[in-house]
Design a protein around this ligand. Structure first.
Ligand SMILES: *[C@@H]1O[C@H](CO)[C@@H](O)[C@H](O)[C@H]1NC(C)=O
Ligand SMILES: *[C@@H]1O[C@H](CO)[C@@H](O)[C@H](O)[C@H]1NC(C)=O
Ligand SMILES: *[C@@H]1O[C@H](CO)[C@@H](O)[C@H](O)[C@H]1NC(C)=O
Ligand SMILES: *[C@@H]1O[C@H](CO)[C@@H](O)[C@H](O)[C@H]1NC(C)=O
Length: 169
């Protein structure tokens, strides 16, 4: 896949999950389509994308019209298609992580139950498990954090950022 992970930022903006405040220092990671826009096009584009008060269908209709009036129909269609593919890939990946979570939890529990280990050894075992379960192990610790640090539960942005995922082995 030639779509970079950084596209996620724009994707999340488009799908309404992310605030505009992170925008400016992400310019260099932007997809080519966005980078290529003039300042005027950029501001009208994001004016539509970030409008929280219209439905996603209305948003898409407006973006199609916007693309037409900017002579960018083909480029926008390609960009939009890539976004959808990316979103589908992310969704599949999330499902795959969920499917493996229970198995990963069993392994984490085994490590934690082994009282013969030192803290250092336990951390090493957990790191070892991360090779098999690279997303599942951090997810388990993230979930643990929801209960260990309930205050982090009152996140304003839906908790999708990585900030609250301090790991405790
Ligand atoms: C971006 O602009 C370059 C140079 O004009 C062009 O070759 C390229 O096709 C454009 N890419 C997109 C995705 O708009
Ligand atoms: C619109 O796009 C067509 C086909 O790509 C191009 O020939 C034309 O010059 C463009 N017009 C403007 C105003 O950019
Ligand atoms: C989804 O998972 C595959 C396989 O692990 C990986 O190659 C791909 O980069 C992931 N996609 C995204 C958008 O992270
Ligand atoms: C998270 O917050 C909600 C409401 O603020 C509360 O009802 C819920 O019990 C909290 N969950 C955890 C795991 O602390």
């Amino acid at each position: 896949m030639y779509i970079r992970l950084s596209i996620l930022v724009v994707l999340l903006v488009i799908f309404g999950n992310v605030d505009s405040k992170h925008k400016h220092h992400q310019r260099e990671n932007e997809p080519e389509f966005i980078k290529n826009l003039t300042n005027n096009q950029r501001s009208s584009f994001f004016g539509i994308v970030k409008n929280p008060g219209i439905s996603f269908q209305q948003k898409e209709d407006k973006l199609v019209k916007w693309a037409e009036s900017n002579n960018l129909t083909e480029k926008y269609a390609e960009f939009s298609k890539n976004m959808i593919l990316h979103k589908e890939e992310v969704s599949k990946n999330i499902s795959a992580v969920i499917d493996r979570l229970a198995a990963a939890k069993v392994e984490v529990d085994k490590v934690n139950a082994d009282l013969s280990l030192t803290k250092i050894q336990r951390n090493e075992k957990i790191d070892e498990l991360k090779k098999t379960y690279p997303h599942e192990i951090p997810t388990i610790f993230y979930i643990g954090g929801l209960f260990e640090n309930p205050k982090k539960n009152e996140t304003k942005d839906g908790g999708s950022g990585g900030k609250g995922r301090k790991q405790k082995h």
